[in-house]
Write a protein that binds this ligand. Structure first.
Ligand code: MN
Length: 205
């Protein structure tokens, strides 16, 4: 098991077929303002790949874009809405089909309001992950070991949680509504980019 750091694109053929876990790190939470710095991707076999984009990058990453846009590969995220917007805005691809562990958690873990990645990993897998590097300078010319390990840990557990969450969604009869939510997420992300991030167009107001 290793963390691999790549500059500007994913090497060809490093991922096994099947679902991939995806996460992004950006300069901040405002997609149009805060550039995409890092895309983390894992095939669930134990290695994580980090693709770093420098300041001023043209985001010309054909191998990464091909994987993200591949309709045959499910993309597993935790809070897909944010990552889909960053990927769509900066890389110009819709990284679907989607499975979002946060949406799945909200649909089945109705006994709690704790749906953060740390909480979910702890309850479902009995493991502890650190969120210490969450707010750090992802645009720095050199990423520290701590940053790289944090970034990798955000995609490390999504496959295992996907398996458990699918079973739980089926058990509670919520697999269909979950799938419909996942299918809508690329549109939700586009609404965020287009200016409807805070305004709920489904509300009466
Ligand atoms: Mn992350």
């Amino acid at each position: 098991m290793a963390v691999h750091l790549h500059e500007e694109d994913l090497p060809e053929g490093v991922l096994a077929p099947g679902p991939v876990a995806v996460d992004t790190e950006t300069m901040g939470l405002v997609t149009r303002r805060d550039r995409l710095c890092l895309v983390q991707i894992a095939d669930g076999r134990g290695d994580e790949h980090l693709v770093r984009f420098r300041s001023g990058t043209p985001y010309d990453a054909p191998n990464l874009k091909a994987v993200l846009a591949d309709p045959a590969r499910i993309k597993l995220y935790h809070f897909a809405r944010f990552d889909l917007a960053a990927i769509e805005y900066y890389l110009g691809v819709t990284a679907a089909p989607v499975f979002c562990t946060k949406i799945a958690s909200k649909l089945i873990r109705t006994y709690t309001d704790r749906h953060g990645l740390k909480d979910l990993v702890r309850e479902l897998l009995g493991k502890e992950i650190s969120k210490q590097q969450q707010s750090s300078d992802w645009g720095a010319p050199v990423l520290s070991e701590a940053q790289q390990d944090y970034a990798a840990s955000d995609v490390r557990h999504l496959h295992a949680m996907h398996d458990i969450l699918i079973g739980r969604l089926e058990r509670e009869g919520r697999a269909q509504i979950a799938q419909a939510c996942f299918d809508f997420l690329p549109v939700r992300a586009r609404l965020d980019i287009a200016g409807w991030a805070e305004l709920d167009i489904f509300s009466h107001e």
